[in-house]
Design a protein around this ligand. Structure first.
Ligand SMILES: [Zn+2]
Length: 245
């Protein structure tokens, strides 16, 4: 029944995934959104999967592959980590990824990124990493990262496709159109390197005030909405052969 609904949605809002090759010209940057224990590691917290999840495992594997390639080529990487203080809960979700907890740290497969030169790590306490990049003086760490590295193409990956990834893509596309993200030209969202959580309607109906969140559908909707903001949506990305030194 669930897959019939997924099929119906795919017919109603069809989305063709593109093949994207990176590294042909200009600087390509990678943004990883919340690939942290609290959302990806089984049993790690209130919003972590309670059992192994294929979409999430595949996303972790693919983001680790992408991060390795970007670091090997010395391309800029920015990593966002959802991190909250207990006094500022994030409605409507239960307490998650508290500062100082392992929930708010990168998953084991990506932990090495913290020690890499050229990787910018930013903790954020809200859905939208673009907003979470704002400092008290109005400056924006993400905008400065784009400009300092002269990022022309941006690859976005992580969780959740339809929440934090989408919010970040929406704000980035608006900022780009507003003329404050030069020289950024293109934002690519990679389906294989994104995932969302599964909370089927049947389960939600038995839980007070819960919003249903069927994984397959919401992942599709997240990608579709990113496309509707002008982002390129790729099934998977490949890389041009590295330049000879
Ligand atoms: Zn959060």
């Amino acid at each position: 029944m669930v897959s019939n609904k997924a099929e119906l949605l795919r017919n109603e809002i069809p989305l063709e995934l593109e093949s994207v090759e990176l590294g042909e010209e200009g600087v390509t940057g990678l943004v990883l959104v919340d690939v942290i224990n609290g959302f990806c590691t089984v049993g790690a917290g209130n919003l972590a999967p309670s059992e192994p999840n294929q979409q999430i495992s595949a996303m972790v594997e693919e983001t680790a592959r992408l991060a390795r390639i970007f670091c090997d080529r010395k391309w800029p990487v920015m990593v966002f980590l959802d991190t909250h203080s207990p006094e500022k809960p994030e409605h409507p979700y239960p307490s998650h990824c508290l500062a100082g907890s392992d929930e708010s740290n990168l998953v084991p497969a990506l932990r090495w990124l913290e020690r890499e030169a050229g990787v910018t790590v930013r903790r954020k306490d809200c859905y939208d990493a673009f907003i979470g990049s704002m400092e008290a003086d109005g400056s924006n760490v993400f905008v400065e990262w784009v400009k300092a590295n002269q990022v022309q193409k941006l690859l976005v990956a992580g969780v959740c496709t339809d929440i934090c990834v989408l919010d970040f893509v929406c704000s980035t596309m608006s900022a780009k159109n507003h003329g404050v993200l030069e020289p950024l030209e293109e934002v690519v969202v990679c389906s294989k390197a994104c995932a969302t959580f599964d909370f089927p309607a049947q389960v939600a109906s038995e839980t007070k005030h819960a919003l249903a969140h069927p994984q397959e559908l919401m992942h599709h909707v997240g990608l579709y909405m990113a496309k509707a903001r002008g982002a390129t949506v790729a099934g998977a990305v490949s890389f041009a052969a590295p330049e000879k030194p």
